[in-house]
Design a protein around this ligand. Structure first.
Ligand SMILES: Cc1cc2nc3c(=O)[nH]c(=O)nc-3n(C[C@H](O)[C@H](O)[C@H](O)COP(=O)(O)O)c2cc1C
Length: 329
């Protein structure tokens, strides 16, 4: 498969989000029109030690292709083993997490800590590249802090080591999720980068996706939290217009993908996603409170259907509200 061709075919790609983008969610988003998919970060050490929990996180179905598995770690032997494992599993690419700001990860020198240690990073790129025949990519932040933004240097290093693209979340590690993603900086990196760049951060609407793709000149844009409030965002970005909000069809598609789960988890997922999708609609606070009390699946589905089919007011802009201000990248 020509991975870059796939990227250009649909440049609106799904961001990895730990605890959210599990296999059913990824299948659901694929059906909702997203482009390339990456799993949430997976521990290379966990794979080396055959952890069932780690393996479960990276499960994917063939319908999600092209799908890449994201790895984190620093131990070259573990990274080599894990990359080969991912290739044998049939993933389309290996992605390396260089953006995780979480203390537990950076203390071990992994995630965004590697942006400060380009010598180790070069060894990691080279080791993974030599271990597999599938493409290797990386997801970074703009740098460790505002004094040490080095995305272009990392992109050039990645190019020299034969990686296929770099995704950039437009914040530094020090910023966490505060402030705004710096798309001017992403644009500058793209202008000088020898390797394709996927821009990421704060894409809330299809218009943001289309505009940021155009104005930054990036090869693609990556959408995370935006698809948790608007699951149609990928379809809309591809068509460059709003698509009708058919909530009935949406929940049919969604529940179809979550059927694999035991009922308790299905209920939780439906509650979580419906709560996010209700953001910006009238009475969404009452709706959220109500559904989290419900224990029966049929009662839950009835309440969800009633809420979404009775919407008769326009969607309010909720981008100023804080929403999921933490994550692994
Ligand atoms: C809950 C959550 C979990 C995340 N997990 C990961 C992860 O496993 N790997 C990663 O590279 N980025 C992770 N991220 C970062 C996102 O991929 C993305 O870079 C970030 O949310 C900014 O994009 P957005 O504004 O479109 O959400 C996570 C973000 C959130 C909110």
């Amino acid at each position: 498969m020509d991975l870059l061709k796939e990227l250009y075919k649909n440049p609106f790609v799904l961001a990895p989000m730990a605890g959210i983008t599990d296999s059913p969610f990824r299948s659901f988003m694929k059906e909702m029109g997203c482009g390339i998919i990456t799993t949430e970060l997976t521990s290379a050490t966990g794979l080396q030690f055959n952890s069932e929990k780690t393996k479960k996180l990276m499960e994917f179905s063939s319908k999600q292709q092209p799908v890449g598995v994201q790895l984190f770690g620093t131990d070259l032997k573990n990274l080599e083993y894990a990359s080969k494992y991912i290739e044998d599993l049939g993933a389309s690419f290996v992605d390396i997490n260089l953006g995780c700001p979480v203390n537990k990860v950076v203390k071990k020198g992994a995630g965004s800590a590697l942006l400060k240690d380009l010598k180790t990073l070069a060894n990691i790129f080279s080791c993974i590249k030599k271990s597999v025949n599938i493409p290797v990519t990386a997801k970074i932040r703009t740098g460790w802090d505002s004094e040490s933004k080095n995305a272009l240097e990392v992109a050039t290093l990645a190019y020299n080591e034969g990686l296929t693209w770099i995704s950039i979340h437009g914040r530094t590690r020090a910023q966490g999720y505060s402030g705004l993603a710096d798309w001017d900086y992403i644009k500058k990196v793209k202008e000088h980068s020898p390797i394709p760049i996927i821009g990421n951060g704060d894409i809330h609407t299809y218009k943001d996706a289309v505009n940021n793709l155009k104005t930054s000149g990036c090869d693609a844009v990556m959408i995370g939290r935006g698809c948790l409030k608007n699951p149609w965002i990928f379809l809309e970005a591809s068509k460059n217009k709003i698509v009708p909000r058919d909530f009935k069809m949406l929940f049919k598609t969604l529940t179809g993908h979550f059927l694999k789960y035991e009922e308790r988890i299905q209920l939780l997922q439906i509650k979580k996603l419906s709560a996010w999708y209700s953001a910006g609609y009238k009475n969404s606070t009452d709706f959220r409170q109500k559904i989290f009390q419900i224990k029966e699946k049929s009662e839950l589905l009835d309440s969800v259907e009633e809420f979404f089919t009775s919407i008769d007011t326009p969607l309010l802009d909720t981008r100023h509200e804080k929403f999921l201000m933490g994550g692994h990248g």
